[in-house]
Design a protein around this ligand. Structure first.
Ligand SMILES: NC(=O)c1ccc[n+]([C@@H]2O[C@H](COP(=O)([O-])OP(=O)(O)OC[C@H]3O[C@@H](n4cnc5c(N)ncnc54)[C@H](O)[C@@H]3O)[C@@H](O)[C@H]2O)c1
Length: 464
């Protein structure tokens, strides 16, 4: 079967960019991205593509090319479901904050709502594609809902997890390492559905890079990929602490081990800790699944990756306080960067949030600058933690429009996000405008110690 009309439920960091690329590469397929968040949809439809709600290098250009041609953004979820022959579910799957599995299991209520809505609206056969990251065997639950409340319509469920990394989403989507499609390989209808999705990707991905598996392997592979990536970060971060007390340098250690072809050089950068909406939630999910099957050792093994990450964030903040003579009360701390990594405006689970919270508990006066994150978002992130009242957060933290303004009269600077622009700041001028001694804590190993020390900074970088 040839797919002519795609609907994607969820216009977020995954739904928006993935559908923009599918539309760009498949002009004969109509792609409609729908969301219940009207503000988000309005931003996707903003006549000026620079105002789309997600910042990703190259994305505005792709949207400009396809939007209005075969790419549409809408709040009319029912109409898009009705018209589609293939429906991607790309809604959020956060960690549960209540009840059974609280703090660990994935909250699948948004997924279930989508399934019920599809079942209610569909009057023709549909291929339903899990794009969201889901616990293994979710497709079974989806199928159950669809088959039991439907109107005699046939549904095929595929798992097609997304491996894009924020900040490089467009390149990752244009040239994916692999596209993974899980489906029912045992039936003719299942194989046809898989082929239909393979044909969509084949517009620009070579078939060698399209992997087809059974549904459970596909679902579990996504959780596993994120767990392995996060594990590398926690491994190198654990060793960064050892470097600091032994005189070894984590950069040299990373290089030395990364040249081993079995290990490889990527994802060996020590930092203040990983963030983002996925790593923590997906590992917690894996831990929860292992626990629910009684696999305690498996669960403990993976949980340690998160314990280490939390430790790294805390120890960075504690190091700052300790260095500033054990108190930051009333002292101005400039935090450069709030996004969880460079080239994105996504702040979910960003280390900055937790470091800021720690410093605010120590009564610091925190001043934040991030080139892509709004003041509204920064305050919302802190309010969400619930550590203090909204009024207190607003009294203690200030968000400014430039790095220079954040650092003016500061006691210390913390580099939180590895934005390239921070490398090129006029560090001499910044140093002159700070209180002395001028402390600089590089949580991303972005800056050159020698240069900064020559200017006069008291310089600390993670892992050396
Ligand atoms: N962000 C990433 O880098 C990334 C990478 C790979 C996979 N994933 C996975 O993809 C999924 C989506 O992640 P995201 O970052 O795009 O989330 P997101 O929060 O940015 O977007 C999800 C969107 O779904 C919408 N939504 C929720 N329920 C809806 C409903 N019933 N009808 C219509 N719209 C609805 C929300 O309003 C929201 O705009 C998650 O499962 C995530 O784990 C994310």
């Amino acid at each position: 079967m040839k797919v002519k009309n795609i609907c994607c439920i969820g216009a977020g960091y995954v739904g928006g960019p993935t559908m923009a690329i599918i539309a760009q590469k498949s002009p004969e397929i109509t792609v409609t991205v729908v969301d219940i968040n009207a503000k988000r949809i309005a931003a996707w439809n903003d006549p000026d593509v620079n105002n789309i709600p997600i910042y990703e290098p190259g994305l505005a250009e792709v949207v400009a090319e396809a939007r209005g041609r075969n790419l549409f953004f809408s709040t009319d979820v029912d109409a898009a479901i009705d018209a589609a022959d293939m429906i991607f579910i790309s809604v959020n799957t956060p960690t549960k904050t209540y009840g059974m599995g609280k703090g660990m299991a994935a909250d699948l209520k948004y997924i279930e709502l989508c399934a019920r809505q599809i079942a209610r609206i569909a009057t023709t056969d549909k291929i339903v594609v899990e794009k969201s990251t889901l616990p293994v065997r979710t497709a079974e639950a989806l199928k159950n809902i669809l088959d039991n409340t439907g109107n005699g319509v046939n549904f095929q469920i595929l798992s097609n997890p997304e491996f894009l990394a924020e900040g490089t989403a467009v390149t990752d989507l244009h040239k994916p390492d692999r596209v993974l499609i899980g489906g029912d390989l045992d039936t003719e209808a299942g194989r046809e559905a898989i082929q239909a999705l393979v044909d969509v990707y084949a517009h620009w991905v070579t078939e060698d890079n399209i992997l087809t598996t059974n549904v459970w392997s596909s679902e579990l592979s996504k959780l596993t990929a994120n767990a392995f990536l996060a594990q590398r970060v926690s491994s190198i971060n654990a060793l960064s602490e050892l470097c600091e007390v032994t005189g070894a340098d984590i950069k040299e250690v990373s290089k030395a081990i990364g040249m081993d072809s079995r290990i490889g050089p990527k994802f060996l950068q020590a930092s203040v800790g990983f963030g983002g909406s996925c790593f923590q939630k997906d590992i917690l999910n894996l831990v929860y699944i292992a626990k629910s099957f009684g696999l305690e050792e498996v669960a403990d093994y993976w949980e340690q990756v998160i314990i280490m990450n939390d430790h790294q964030k805390r120890r960075f903040a504690a190091k700052l306080v300790k260095t500033l003579y054990n108190t930051v009360s009333g002292k101005q701390i400039a935090m450069l960067g709030w996004a969880f990594k460079k080239d994105t405006n996504d702040t979910r689970e960003s280390a900055s949030i937790y470091v800021a919270d720690y410093l605010l508990n120590e009564q610091a006066s925190v001043v934040v600058y991030d080139p892509k994150v709004t003041e509204e978002q920064i305050l919302a992130d802190l309010d969400y933690l619930g550590t203090r009242s909204e009024a207190e957060n607003r009294a203690l933290i200030r968000v400014v429009n430039s790095a220079e303004a954040a650092c003016d009269q500061a006691h210390a600077i913390a580099i939180m996000t590895e934005w390239d622009a921070f490398k090129d700041l006029d560090w001499n001028a910044i140093y002159s405008d700070m209180l002395k001694p001028a402390f600089l804590f590089d949580g991303r190993r972005l800056l050159d110690r020698k240069v900064l020390e020559e200017i006069g900074f008291d310089f600390y970088a993670i892992g050396s």
